[in-house]
Design a protein. Structure first.
Ligand SMILES: [Zn+2]
Length: 286
């Protein structure tokens, strides 16, 4: 009986391929960026998406579009081996399935820098939707790791109290892919809704008020540099994975600051990525 229940739980937990930060993570990153758009960028976003449509509302579109657009599949990640510290374009960005499933996130972000400003018609709207999504994905630690398909082939039990389960609350076993824990599980262990996570980051001791968030140039860098920085975070969170694959309170407490930092810095960089692209008066963007 227990086996049957566990199998049922697992089949629910594992159905569907994890593609990215979950909707919550992408919405959090988009909302942080929305608050930091230049007047020019805000006007462009409004023209492209329509009045009243937020970046958060389109932040997960690229995941929804993936089934119908298989040639975009590989744009969501880059597979850098855990043991290697640097991104190697020759190895990491020229996969065998490039022709049918696309190249990798670093290359797509480089193209988007120009397409945001210079692509024609609907392609420019699409570039905005892709950019909002992929600046997020490149900051999710398990999106830049080769091993175990970026942690998709490891099943963990997220068995932590998190920040929602307080007082007499008892933590529940939650079986999912290690990758999915990073896409959504850890975020959903912290807040009931993503807007609350934005508030946590923007106020009090939230990461966006921290000295690191105020360091000049923290919002800059290239997609290669972002991938390598995220890869360092991935090495850390991979090393913390317990042998029994139970992500308990100790794991949650250790990595919660990393989750917040990655979401926060992605939001800052997305804002600058859009602001810079829409500030350009030239096509192609120099
Ligand atoms: Zn994605």
């Amino acid at each position: 009986m227990r086996t049957a229940i566990l199998a049922a739980v697992l089949s629910c937990a594992l159905s569907g391929q994890a593609l990215a930060w979950g909707q919550e993570g992408h919405s959090i990153i988009a909302e942080i960026a929305q608050h930091r758009l230049s007047p020019e960028a805000a006007t462009m976003v409004e023209q492209l998406l329509g009045k009243g449509h937020s970046l958060a509302a389109i932040a997960s579109w690229a995941d929804d579009a993936r089934d119908a657009r298989p040639e975009t599949s590989n744009w969501h990640f880059v597979s850098i081996p855990l043991a290697r510290d640097n991104y190697d374009e020759a190895v990491d960005c020229h996969p065998a399935d490039e022709a049918t499933r696309g190249d990798r996130i670093v290359n797509e972000l480089k193209r988007l820098r120009n397409e945001l400003r210079c692509a024609p018609g609907d392609k420019q709207v699409e570039a905005l939707k892709f950019a909002v999504h992929f600046v997020g994905d490149i900051h999710q630690p398990l999106h830049v790791i080769l091993e175990k398909t970026g942690g998709n082939d490891i099943i963990i039990d997220l068995f932590a109290r998190g920040d929602k389960c307080t007082g007499s609350c008892i933590p529940q076993h939650d079986y999912m892919k290690f990758h999915a824990a990073w896409d959504s599980g850890l975020i959903l262990g912290t807040v009931w809704d993503w807007g609350r996570y934005v508030d946590l980051l923007e106020t009090g001791n939230g990461w966006l008020t921290s000295p690191e968030a105020k360091v000049s140039g923290i919002d800059g860098g290239t997609p290669e540099q972002w991938a390598e920085e995220t890869h360092k975070a991935a090495q850390a969170v991979w090393a913390l994975l317990p042998e029994n694959s139970v992500l308990g309170d100790a794991y949650y407490q250790r990595v919660a600051p990393i989750v917040s930092r990655q979401l926060g810095v992605a939001g800052l960089r997305l804002a600058k990525f859009l602001n810079d692209a829409y500030a350009s008066k030239q096509c192609p963007v120099p």
